[in-house]
Every structure is written in C-alpha cells, then in structure tokens.
Design a protein around this ligand. Structure first.
Ligand code: DAH
Length: 347
C-alpha cells in the first residue's frame, strides 16, 4: 500500500459517498450509509488500519487526510439528516392537516321522547317546590295497589277486566298510587313526594287509551296541610308547564283514597279558556285527580290521622304531553316512528 493508494481510495470513498447520498430517502438508509462510511467496520476505519503499511513519515499526512474526509463526510451526513428530519416534519404536518372549512354530513342523533321530556319537566317543577322523587315496583301487591288505598274488595277497579293480575294477590299496578302507601309505611311525616312511572290497565288501544301508560303521583303529608295547599301546588304546576295565564278548577269527585276528592281541570291550553274543539267549547280540560288523603288510608298506613293530614294527586303523563305538544292520537307516542319522534329534537 502506497501513499497514492490512500489518496486514490479516499477519492473513491468520497465519490461513492456522494453517489449513495443521492439515493438515500429515509433515516434507516442514512444510518446504514453512515455505518458503511464511518462505522467501526466502515471504509474509513479500514483505511486508517491499513496505514501501518505506509512509510512512517507518510503516516501523519495520510492520517490527516483520512480524518479530513471523515469530518467532511460526517458534516454532509449530518446536513442530510437535518434535511430528512425537516422533510419528515413537513410530511407529518401535511398528513395531519385539518380543513376546518370542510362541511360534513351530520351524524344522526336520537332525541328525548316526549313522555320523558314531560317527566323531566314535571320532576324539575316539583323538586323545585321541595318534592322528592320516589319510585315503586310495576309488579305490585294487591295490598298496596288497592287494599291500603281503601279500595274495597268488590270495587269494580279490581275486576280482572280492568287490572292485569299475575296471581290473586299480585298484579301489574294499575296506578302509581301504591307508591303513596309504600312511602307512608316507611317514612315519617313530613312527606313531600312525587312518583312517576309506568302503569297497566286492560284497555283496548285507541287514540286516547293504551294498556301501558304513565302516571305521576303526588303526596304531601304534614301537620297542617289544607286543600288550599293542594290548589296552590297544582296552580303552580299548571303555570310552570303551560304558562302564567293557565289556572286550575276543582270539581267534586270520588276516589276511595281521598276525602274530599276532586277532578282538576286546567284552562284549555289550546284556546286559553275561550272554548274550542280541544275543550269541547268549555274552556277547560280535565287533567288530574286529587284530594285530601282519606284519614282511613293514613291510619292503615301507620300515620296518626289526628295529628297529620295530607293531599294527593295523580295525573296521566300522556295526557300532559299530548296537550303540551298538540298531539291528538296517543298511539303516536308508542309507535317509535322516527318522523314523529325527531320533531322533539331540541337542537
Ligand atoms: N290513581 C288515580 C287514577 O289512576 C288518580 C288519582 C286520583 C291519584 C286522586 C291520586 C288522587 O293520588 O288523590 O285514576
């Protein structure tokens, strides 16, 4: 090996390096080239090792030349590395770019069922008046659904034609009123509750009937509760749901669990009292039953009727929803027709 050979090989290595670098397209290729040129087993190291064959006086210059090429190549590779990184960064930014002006099809979203909307609103109105929300079972004992509510054994409501019986003493609750009895038996007055829920009756399906529907019960028990409190509470509910000009009217009625009992009408929400088709010209629509809790019921449920009095009410949520949204056929509420339901989207 002569000095000129070293010069020749260095030239070849540089040329080869230039040529290879042109072909490098990514980091692994660059690393491989780096290893080939500058690594422990690379071309330049091999050349350094072969310096032993030179004359001693030639070695320092040869060493300097090899090192100069090493530095030059190291610099070039680093430069290229920086270029690659920049390129990669630009590609990444391009890949991740988001066009904020692009329009997209809306993802179809569900919406809340009108019965749920009404239930949520009723709960909001009554909880803001200090009522608690409680629930009871849909498969209920005759004891709670009838017995403790003073519905006598021969009462027509107990007829299997009206009530779904599972066994003699077990039924699908025909009203939310059994939750009243359950609450009185387990809580001490003062009691202020509402209980929304599903109820069942053996009714044929038509525009105003369904064998499964929803009610909401209300019950207040305290020492000096009067019918005026009942009227005030229901007035507040009517105004909250249907507007300030809506008021209530009580008509005498009968329920075994209340004494006295009343049917409660609201100012017609359609004509605001003038008289229309919805209210059959009367200006009023019947929406709920109510009354002062029968002292017999209080006693049966373990509450001292000398000390405590209470009022109760029960309403059908379908009716409230139908009046609220102008729905004329109850079946629409159960058919799950998206064209109907999507009208209740609130966005
Ligand atoms: N439970 C009755 C029904 O289903 C409605 C009702 C009327 C509930 C008067 C009450 C009430 O709490 O006091 O027809």
């Amino acid at each position: 090996m002569a000095f000129s050979d070293i010069q020749e090989q260095l030239r070849a290595i540089r040329e080869e390096a230039e040529a290879q670098l042109q072909k490098v397209g990514d980091k692994p290729a660059l690393d491989a080239l780096k290893l080939k040129l500058l690594g422990k087993k690379g071309d330049l190291t091999a050349l350094l090792r072969s310096m032993g064959q030179l004359l001693p006086e030639e070695r320092p210059q040869a060493g300097q030349m090899i090192n100069a090429v090493r530095e030059e190549l190291t610099g070039k590779l680093e430069e290229f590395d920086a270029k690659l990184r920049k390129l990669e960064q630009e590609r990444k930014l391009e890949r991740e770019a988001i066009d904020v002006t692009e329009t997209r099809k809306r993802t179809p979203m569900g919406c809340i069922h009108p019965i749920s909307l009404v239930q949520e609103e009723l709960m909001r109105v009554f909880t803001s008046m200090g009522f608690d929300v409680v629930e009871g079972p849909e498969v209920e004992l005759d004891l709670y659904n009838f017995e403790l509510l003073n519905v006598p054994k021969n009462h027509p409501a107990r007829d299997a034609q009206d009530t779904f019986y599972i066994e003699d003493s077990i039924l699908l609750r025909s009203q939310t009123s059994p939750v009243q009895a359950r609450t009185m038996l387990t809580k001490k007055p003062p009691i202020r509750i509402i209980c929304p829920g599903r109820v069942y009756r053996a009714d044929e399906v038509d525009a105003t009937h369904s064998p499964v529907f929803h009610q909401m019960e209300g019950l207040v028990i305290d020492e000096d509760v009067t019918m005026a409190d009942l009227k005030g509470t229901l007035d507040a509910f009517a105004k909250a749901l249907y507007g300030e000009d809506v008021t209530t009217r009580f008509r005498p009625s009968f329920f075994p669990f209340t004494e006295p009992s009343a049917e409660v009408d609201l100012t017609c929400v359609n004509c605001h009292g003038k008289g229309c088709r919805v209210c059959k010209g009367t200006g009023w629509i019947e929406v709920l039953g109510a009354g002062m809790v029968n002292p017999k019921v209080l006693e049966m449920c373990g509450i001292d009727s000398k000390r405590y009095r209470g009022f109760a009410f029960g309403l059908g949520m379908e009716r409230i929803a139908m009046l609220r949204y102008g729905i004329t056929d109850m079946r629409l509420l159960y058919e799950n027709d998206v064209r109907f339901l999507s009208q209740f989207r609130d966005d």
